[in-house]
Every structure is written in C-alpha cells, then in structure tokens.
Design a protein around this ligand. Sequence first.
Ligand SMILES: [Zn+2]
Length: 486
Amino acid sequence: MPRFLILVATLVMSCATPASATDADPLVAAILGETPLIDDLRTLTDEIGGRPDGSDANAAAVEWALERFREAGVTARKEAFRMPMRWLERSASAQVRGDVHFSARVAAMPYSTPTATGGLTVALVDAGKGTPAEIEGLGARAKGAFLLVETPMLEDIPGLFREYMDAAATEARAIEVGVAGVVYVGSRPRNVLYRQIAALGTDNTRPMLVMERSNGMRALRLLRQGKKLELHVEVDLDTGPAYESHNVVAEIPGRELPNEFVVIGAHLDSWGLGTGALDNGCNVALVIDIARQMQRLGLRPRRTIRFALFNGEEHGLHGSWGYVITHADELDDTVMASSYDIGSGRITGFFTGGRAELLDAVERALEPVRGLGPFHNIDIPIVGTDNFDFMMEGVGNLVANQESANYGPNYHAGTDTFDKVDQHQLRLNAAIAAAVTYNFAEMEVDWKRQTRAEIEDLVESTDLGAQMRTFHMFDAWEKGERGRKD
Ligand SMILES: [Zn+2]
C-alpha cells in the first residue's frame, strides 16, 4: 500500500466513531473470523495441562493468561484470594481382597482424607444405590466399612446434577452410620476415572473414592453372590493449610460509565486427571478472545467490561467468592456477571437467576446473534459455578445454558482433553457471549442490586436453598460468611 494511503487509512480509523449504541456486529464478525481462540485452548490444555488450584501447573496457567491479555494489549492483573486448604492427590490405589482378589483403579475424591502408611483395609459392603433405606438396611455392617455405591452412567447435564444430589444424600447418611469411607462405582464410560468433590468439602473426614466402573461392578456382583470382601486402600495426598491463590482479571474501560461494570467469567483451574478442556479451558479461551477482539477493533462500550478468569472454582467456587470480596465497593454498580462453564455444547440461552427483569435484557442482548439460536432463557437460580457469589450478593447474574453434548461423560475425567472440544461450536458460542457482554455494557438498565431481604426471598421461594445444601454452600450463607450482609 502506498505511503499516503496508509496515512489516510490511519486517519479514517482514528476518526471513526465508536460502534453505534447497541451494535455488537463488528465484534461478532471478528470473533467468527480467524482468531487465536483454538490456539489458546491448545496451549492451555496440551502444554500446561490439568491445573488444579495449588499445583505448579495452575500457577503457570495464571501467568499464561496474563500474557495472553498483555499480548492483546488489554490491561490485566492478578488478584489474590484465600484458598481454605491445599488438596492435591499424589496417588491412590485399591485392592479387593477376601474371597476374591483383584486390583482396581481408583481416584480420591477432592477433600478425601489420606490413609496412614501401609494403607487401610476394612470390609467392603454393598450399599446399593446409596439411598437412605439401603444404607439403614445394612445395620451394624456399615459401621467401620467401606460402602460400595452403584451409580447410573452419567450422560447429560441433568444427570450430573442428580449425581451431585445423590452423593450429598448418600454421604450424609453414610457418615451418620459411622462408615470408614465411601467408594462410588465410576459413572463414566470406558472405566474412566474422575474427581467429584466430597459432599462435605473441607469438612469431610474420611477417605472417599471413585472406582473404575468394570471392577466396581464386579465387586458389587460378588457381594451380591454372598462373597465376603475387604478393600485395601492407599491414598497419598499433598495437603496443606490455607494459602493465597490468584484470579486473572482483565479490563476494558467504559467510555461513558467507567465505574459501572459488566463481568464475563470462566474458571482457569481444572482437576488434574485430564487437561480441563471442556471444563473449562474452552471458555477461558472464549473470554480471552472476546477481550482481544474488542481491543483490536478499539471498541469501547459505555460500561467497563471485566474479563475474569476465576481460580479455585473446582475446590468450592473460591475465586469468584474472592472477587466479590475484593470488589465489594463496586457491587452496587455491577450490572451483570456472567459465567460460561458447560463445555462447548451449543449455547441455548441463559439462566437469569430468578430475576425476571433480566429476561427482556438478555433477549435484547442476543439480537445481533439471533441467527445462532434459537434461544430459550430460563429464569431460575443456578448453583455450581462462578455466578454463585454474585447471586448471593444480589448482583444480576447469568449462566450460559448449553446443550449437554459430550460434557457429561468427560466431566472431571481423564478424557477431558483438547480433542473433545467442538471447535466450530466454541467459536459460535464466543460470538454469542460477545454480543451479550457487549450489549449489557451498552444498554439502559432498569434493575438494581438486590437487598439482603430480596436475596433471602429468592432462597425461600425457589429451590436455591436445596441446591446450596447439595453443594455444601448453605452453612456459609446461613452463618453470614458468604452473601450480602444486612
Ligand atoms: Zn467448571
């Protein structure tokens, strides 16, 4: 290009007015074009790998994310928050002994306790599906034993919520009757191991395991034939006291209302059996790419957009909790916080958190990407990802609802790797997320942060309280440790 044309082009670009008030089209177009979205996902998952909070890989992921924002010219920083304890598995093994002997691959559930040197050998008993009646039916045999619990195969997102709910009920009952520990028959296909956090979180006091499905079912059949079995377990952990971890928070300042905020978030940490591609590397890459394309195009919506890569999500939503503590003074002016955390299945709409006033806003925000729908928004509160503490602080929050796709079978599992991500759909999802984020940063807002009384009403008038109990979040709310104060 001749020199003077470059000058003209530069002038035209620098004089160009910002995109019109609700026009996210250039951003959507950029994201649907060629961007480093997939490259980012590949380096995060293949090169850094699984990144449980407290691990070296997790610290590397934090630096990686900072560097991605810096390369894009987007201001970003590390923000410290407190993790309640360090929990990493070094190794876990198990042998079925007694009338029949065989080894079985196991994974320790997060916040499982370790076993003493030499391991632990106790009776293994058939707890059926772990219902209260089945556990009560074991009578004295449950005391001091490992309960072996049959689980249905996990296929989709509703199945995943059932798995968490069933586990919470099973573990509560099992602890009441004094078991040594609980062993779940793996619910993922092809003997894949995975981590599912113990229902009591850091309050858990027993070894809790998942056993590969084939051998778990074999042990159950043997027990049902009247064989006497014991389980020998060795669990070696890397544990420690509370420590400081970091979120990565990037920002594009608003042009008119720089002190009002829209947050788009995904979590950087993962469990370490796979490489955390569906959960949640793909949505980390999505968040970074939206920031990068906005910066590249020089887009400045009215409000400030915060691009939050939360850490410590898997251990109990600690990074997003840390965010609301660090940014307590800004929560009155945070108009919306969104979370993307269900892999790369098609975004079918948003959960609006039991706040009907957000439904119309989401509809308007989706306008530029209507062709990627249909969208169906659902006005219920959702517990299980990083919207939680925003919701309990009364901040308008969205969780992207997505088709289950292959999320369930690979959830927290050794198979959650780069090749499972639907690259095409991830890009379409990024376009949807970009439109929603940009438009919330532009639009007129007619809702406010909820008061404590309104949040209490939400807990009581929906199944929010039940969900909080399932995820061991209710106590912290009741004690006033989490959620908006009076
Ligand atoms: Zn996740």
